[in-house]
Write a new protein. Structure first.
Lengths: 492, 95
């Protein structure tokens, strides 16, 4: 056996590099799993993980090693991953970071979890997030806040805060996540890593705890775009168990990684650079756009006039769908049941009052109201119409460009408690990410610099439906000439 | 329009969430802030725009009505808050 890399190097390696080490038998899946489990234990203070079961992880790793010993190969075989706690798992508890699901053990694995396990990925455990994926700071978790590895005084972003912090701190080389209105891209930007949401309907929603079914999209937090493409190859595909899964042939998402940027038209929406965008973020994003121009791309101005209405539309549509989806938590068949109650109705009311956190209750109430008799047309129906107006504007923009680029967030990661007292201020954190979620198009965040207090800044790339391979290629070309994505926070 | 205390209590009952008067007051203020923000969508002229309920305008796929799998009863019942003889227990609803 050739020289084993130093432990610190091992954790800083990309998924592609880890696959190479496994291929050459320079490291085993068990050694990798052991190494990452050790780091998870050492950095428990950032609270990224909710459930870790080393014996189950090591059993999966031994299985991956056995498959390699039998001659099987594959870029993911034996590589560790951690899953956001909204993907149900048979071998780890699934709580969606809610009290109402404390200790819940699913009888089956989510399709995303199953597909990646079939490709040989070894699960390290379950990751903290905002309760039912509702939030932009991970402060809504019933199991405590997650610290941003770059600055322990800053939020990691949300709702996939644990996923982002785990990858940023290199406690896992890759993590699954979900994006309903920006829950992959915003934490990726705040945590200095790569976060990608594919086209709605490409990843299966089977076994993903439902928040807003017409928006919920599984994706990944990774070190770079290439790693994402490798894992998408195993993760994305038609699933008959998901009624909105898109029936299209599987694709090789690595096929456009070396795309020629000459002639590529990058659309720059003027509305994404309007008042409210902090100068340090604008400077970093514009510098990244210049980099693309230097590599041969053409920048064109595009218009998304109603993108700013994305937030109000989103909070009608997502809350309405959430109020319906979360009606299943009633204390009858699974989850928490209140200890004392008078009758069935009282049991449900008390169970939900005790089991849900403040933000989840708020959204259920908003959703119940906008769907209620007399308000449905003015709120839900009008929001669904404006949603189409926004989606049409994207189609108009994509008639003039191939990729749309802009900021992910208006500023760098904010501090704990800074926005939690004002729900509307927190909602506005998703201003630039919500429009593409409403349109169902793929979008990603890649690191493009640092702002005040050394906190990371992200560049957002958006592509038309089913064009994620090109989007990943455009990201990869930037990452081939910059090193923002390889930076690791001090102490990790 | 803005929500009054009684409105919040009515919505909370519909949503099956117990709420105290103090919580209802706090919720009324927050919900009114959120609804004021949402109000902006009323300004868009959507006369000839069809509502969008699925980003790809997909339709619900149907499958043949056939048994495809058996639930794992034991693993499912593990999560029941209260059970007896493999059945879910709930408060009496029929006298």
């Amino acid at each position: 056996m050739s020289a084993t890399p130093k432990p610190a190097d091992l954790a800083h390696a990309s998924l592609a590099q880890l696959g190479g080490l496994l291929d050459r038998r320079e490291v085993s899946a068990v050694e990798l799993a052991t190494h990452f489990l050790g780091r998870i234990e050492r950095h428990r203070n950032i609270n990224a993980f909710l459930d870790v079961r080393p014996e189950v992880t090591l059993a999966q790793a031994r299985q991956a090693d056995a498959r390699r010993a039998q001659g099987e190969t594959g870029p993911l075989l034996g590589v560790p991953i951690a899953h956001k706690d909204v993907f149900v798992t048979r071998d780890w508890a699934t709580t969606a970071s809610s009290r109402i699901l404390e200790g819940y053990i699913s009888p089956f694995d989510a399709t995303v979890v199953e597909s990646l396990a079939q490709a040989g990925m070894v699960c390290l455990g379950k990751l903290n997030c905002d309760e039912f994926a509702m939030g932009s700071s991970n402060e809504n978790s019933a199991y405590g806040k997650v610290l941003n590895p770059w600055d322990h005084g800053a939020v990691p972003g949300g709702s996939s805060g644990g996923s982002a912090a785990a990858v940023a701190a290199r406690l896992a080389p890759i993590a699954s996540a979900t994006d309903t209105g920006g829950s992959i891209r915003e934490p990726a930007a705040f945590s200095g890593i790569t976060g990608t949401k594919p086209t709605y309907g490409r990843p299966s929603r089977w076994g993903m705890v439902a928040f807003a079914s017409s928006l919920d999209t599984a994706g990944l937090l990774t070190i770079d775009a290439q790693d994402c493409a490798l894992a998408f190859n195993a993760m994305l595909g038609f699933d008959p168990k998901d009624s909105t899964s898109v029936d299209r042939p599987r694709e090789d998402y690595t096929r456009a990684l070396d795309i020629d940027l000459k002639g590529l038209r990058i659309g720059v929406p003027t509305e994404f650079f309007a008042a409210g965008l902090e100068p340090e973020v604008e400077a970093a994003v514009r510098a990244a756009l210049r980099e693309y121009k230097d590599m041969g791309a053409t920048l064109v101005d595009v218009a998304l006039p109603n993108a700013a209405l994305g937030i109000p539309v989103y909070y009608v549509v997502a809350s309405a769908e959430a109020s319906s989806n979360l009606s299943r938590f009633d204390g009858v068949r699974f989850g928490l049941r209140a200890k004392q109650y008078d009758d069935l109705l009282d049991m449900m009311r008390k169970t939900r009052a005790q089991g849900f956190g403040a933000e989840v209750k708020r959204r259920i109430l908003v959703g119940t109201y906008v769907l209620s008799h007399g308000y449905y047309d003015a709120y839900f129906l009008q929001a669904s119409r404006v949603r189409r107006v926004i989606a049409n504007e994207f189609q108009q923009a994509f008639s003039q460009c191939d990729i749309i680029a802009g900021p992910v967030t208006s500023g760098v990661a904010f501090g704990f408690g800074e926005k939690s007292a004002d729900p509307v201020a927190m909602y506005l954190a998703d201003l630039y990410t919500v429009p593409s979620s409403l349109a169902g198009i793929p979008a990603m965040s890649i690191p493009c610099g640092f702002g005040r207090l050394g906190r990371p800044i992200g560049l957002q790339l958006m592509a038309n439906h089913f064009d994620e391979a090109r989007m990943l290629g455009v990201a990869h070309r930037y990452q081939a000439v910059t090193d923002w994505h390889t930076r690791v926070p001090a102490g990790y | 329009m803005s929500l009054k205390l009684a409105d919040v209590h009515r919505i909370a009952l519909l949503a099956r969430i117990e709420i105290t008067d103090a919580q209802a007051q706090e919720s009324a203020d927050q919900l009114n802030d959120i609804l004021a923000m949402i109000e902006r969508i009323s300004r868009v002229d959507t006369t000839d725009v069809a509502p969008m309920s699925h980003p790809l305008d997909g339709v619900q796929r149907l499958r043949p009505d056939a048994v495809t799998e058996q639930p794992d009863r034991e693993r499912t019942m593990v999560n029941a808050p209260e059970q007896q003889d493999g059945l879910f227990l709930v408060p009496r609803v029929v006298e």
